[in-house]
Design a protein around this ligand. Structure first.
Ligand SMILES: [Fe+2]
Length: 188
């Protein structure tokens, strides 16, 4: 990896995995290395050439031992994701450029009715460059890019695509599952 800030980030996360083992402990501890990564002006300069990737993630790195990945997600102005969860995976979301609104939802039913979920919005947070958000397994959320779009660096405990994630439609109460975003290899 040519970009030093990214290789340093990866080395620090690998050290956290070696010391702590469990993503539930690694993720809060990874906020400090992510904060340093988000401050790198070289990364911000590179991001200006990254393509908008509404339905894909750029794949910067996949760890051969611990399985975590580092992704990039570039949204057009005003673009909003569907309401979803990331199944059993831990996610650390960092805003590199632009702005975002992060919406959180709580589930009201007990999940006993197939293909059905009742959810309601439980929080809305506006975030700017440098902001970070940990999304725990099965946490229900959506993100909406601000007027200038957004660029996010995302660390996930497992590469999306090989497992289903939950999807929610609060209007109809429909719940369904489908694979996560496609990965576009993008070495830095
Ligand atoms: Fe998400």
């Amino acid at each position: 990896m040519a970009l030093r800030s990214m290789s340093r980030f990866v080395a620090e996360v690998r050290a956290l995995y070696a010391a702590l083992g469990d993503p539930a402990q690694v993720w809060p501890a990874a906020k400090a290395p992510m904060a340093a990564l988000l401050k790198d002006p070289k990364l911000a300069a590179l991001a200006k050439d990254w393509p908008v990737s509404d339905h894909e993630n750029l794949l910067f790195y996949e760890d051969p031992d611990f399985g975590f990945v580092v992704n990039g997600l570039i949204k057009d102005p005003g673009r909003k994701t569907r309401i979803h969860d990331h199944a059993h995976v831990w996610v650390l979301y960092g805003v590199l450029a632009g702005s975002e609104e992060i919406l959180r939802y709580e589930r009201l039913d007990d999940g006993s009715i197939p293909d059905h979920a009742e959810i309601r919005e439980s929080g809305c947070q506006k975030v700017a460059p440098g902001a970070m958000d940990i999304v725990a397994p099965h946490a229900i959320h959506a993100e909406a890019a601000g007027d200038d779009g957004s660029v996010a660096i995302i660390m996930r405990s497992e590469k999306p695509g090989g497992f289903n994630q939950g999807r929610y439609d609060p209007e109809t109460g429909r719940y369904w599952e489908s694979p996560g975003v496609t990965q576009i290899p993008w070495p830095l």
